[in-house]
Design a protein around this ligand. Structure first.
Ligand code: C5P
Length: 218
């Protein structure tokens, strides 16, 4: 695989989505928000009346997912869902369907198809471990539990969603626990991943660090 790939993995609300997107912009690379695919799968399954624990049913939805990413827009079956997939409810659904091996298998090739020249920045939980194990640069991007809860709280408040800091902290803990404990593609810090703790870093500094690492490895 000759396409240069930067894999950025880490827990929820660590800021990796914003960092990954900004790195992709700075380099002129494509961007994969793999979490969005799990969110879309959860949303599409819900709309079709398929239970999030129904592995065969949800995997069928994942294989057939009709989705278009266009800048800020996300179209599911031709309709805008960019806002709908960001709700806490769909986040929980995403982490439930993401624990099902058949669902992960169903989304694997779709994710790999994002690897196109001049390069890709991929954001998720298993970008460096499963989807792009040969990535030239792997980053494990995290932040303390308190900082992550505050970031998610701000995100929700900015969107005008009701938010309760304690409930958010509990929800993040439960989701991370599920992501780390699952049998397939658990969230792990790989030995070959560079650790980027953004608890005390602004987004510009975090982006600059990834770009500096990239110039070391390329
Ligand atoms: O990153 P985001 O919060 O949008 O992801 C939603 C959920 O999808 C995560 O909590 C995780 O369970 C799952 N996910 C995953 N593997 C990825 C990306 C996301 O299991 N590569």
């Amino acid at each position: 695989n000759l396409v240069p790939i930067i894999a950025i993995d880490g827990p929820s609300a660590s800021g990796k989505g914003s960092v990954a997107q900004r790195v992709a912009e700075a380099m002129g690379f494509h961007f994969l928000d793999s979490g969005a695919l799990y969110r879309l799968t959860a949303l599409a399954a819900g709309r079709r009346g398929i239970n999030w624990d129904d592995e065969v049913g949800v995997a069928g939805v994942a294989v057939a997912l009709d989705v278009v990413f266009e800048g800020e827009h996300v179209l599911l079956d031709g309709a805008e869902v960019a806002h709908a997939i960001r709700s806490e409810d769909i986040g929980v659904g995403a982490s439930r369907v993401a624990a099902l091996p058949a669902v992960r298998a169903a989304l694997l090739e779709r994710q790999r198809a994002f690897a196109r020249m001049p390069g890709l920045v991929a954001d998720g939980r298993d970008m460096g471990s499963v989807v792009f194990p040969d990535a030239a640069l792997k980053v494990f991007l995290t932040a303390s539990a308190e900082v992550r809860a505050e970031r998610r709280y701000k995100q929700l408040a900015e969107r005008g969603e009701e938010a309760d800091l304690t409930a958010i902290a509990d929800d993040l803990r439960a989701r991370d626990e599920r992501d780390r404990a699952r049998a397939v593609a658990p969230l792990v810090q790989l030995p070959d991943a560079r650790l980027l703790d953004t608890s005390k870093l602004g987004i510009d500094e975090a982006v600059a660090q990834v770009l500096a690492w990239w110039s070391e490895v390329r």
